[in-house]
Design a protein around this ligand. Structure first.
Ligand SMILES: Nc1ncnc2c1ncn2[C@@H]1O[C@H](COP(=O)(O)OP(=O)(O)O)[C@@H](O)[C@H]1O
Ligand SMILES: [Mg+2]
Length: 252
């Protein structure tokens, strides 16, 4: 079995979509593409990824429509839901490696990390990743922060050889349209000069991201840690394109 790839969506600023994109990508790979994943929830203050799973359990237990959908899905899936391990930035890699020693063999391990500045344990954790994806939005403050973060990683970590990171890519998220806006293109031109690049696929600001289940109704789930996204919500989401682009980069 080859070594799993370590991947993190990372940026300093909270709210850019790190946990959301981690969940969407992990679930799409695991439940649709048959790629085994494991998720390390490194946010020891909030454990937001674990909250997603708890919410998934809650809504699928209480909503008969979702309960049936889960049962139908697992009848054919033949595998379990991916594992989510609660940890902290300092211990995350060690805990993941212990789990691999125990014989678990995911092809990709995602590390969901908080957006904390100047935290040495987070910097060390980031340096152990194979690939970083940096969510960036068109909000001016977010944009600055993501560019500064990515540029710091590329210029201070990558070039000095202090890390095993093989690639850093910006990912436009929460933008007003389904393809890059003029602002995105302008910024892409600017970041290229800093030695950075962004993915072609973009994710628009969309209400489907809030569809993580309700205890009533027949609304499917878009972001679930136990199920693939509902087909109706997947349409036009650009998620398949995003995952395809990520797979090419991380070579999985
Ligand atoms: N493309 C999007 N469209 C609409 N809402 C989004 C999108 N991406 C993320 N969100 C929402 O933004 C909020 C912050 O996202 P989150 O993933 O928690 O950010 P982070 O982990 O970087 O702090 C969440 O409420 C999430 O549902
Ligand atoms: Mg988060």
């Amino acid at each position: 079995m080859s070594e799993p790839v370590f991947v993190a969506f990372a940026t300093q600023k909270g709210g850019a979509g790190k946990s959301t994109l981690t969940a969407l990508t992990a679930s799409y790979l695991h439940y649709i593409e048959g790629i085994d994943v494991m998720v390390m929830d490194c946010d020891d203050r909030q454990h937001s990824f674990k909250d997603y799973r708890d919410n998934d359990f809650l809504v699928t237990n209480e909503n008969p429509y979702l309960k049936r959908a889960v049962m139908n899905f697992y009848r054919n899936f033949g595998k379990k839901a991916y594992e989510i391990i609660l940890t902290n930035p300092g211990d995350a890699v060690g805990v993941a490696l212990d789990r691999l020693e125990e014989g678990v063999s995911p092809q990709v391990v995602f590390f969901d990390i908080t957006g904390t500045v100047n935290d040495l344990s987070i910097v060390k954790l980031l340096s152990r990743m194979d690939y970083l994806f940096v969510p960036i939005t068109t909000d001016t403050a977010d944009m600055k922060s993501s560019i500064r973060f990515a540029s710091h990683v590329v210029n201070n970590m990558l070039t000095t050889g202090k890390t095993k990171i093989k690639g850093v890519n910006l990912v436009w998220n929460r933008i007003p349209s389904k393809s890059k806006t003029r602002l995105c293109d302008m910024i892409d031109g600017y970041v290229e000069e800093l030695g950075l690049q962004s993915l072609d696929t973009v994710l628009s600001n969309s209400s489907r991201f809030f569809k993580d289940g309700a205890t009533t109704g027949r609304n499917g789930l878009f972001r679930s840690t136990m199920m693939p996204p509902d087909k109706r919500l997947l349409k036009g989401s650009n998620l398949p394109e995003l995952v395809a682009e990520i797979r090419k980069i991380i070579n999985v």
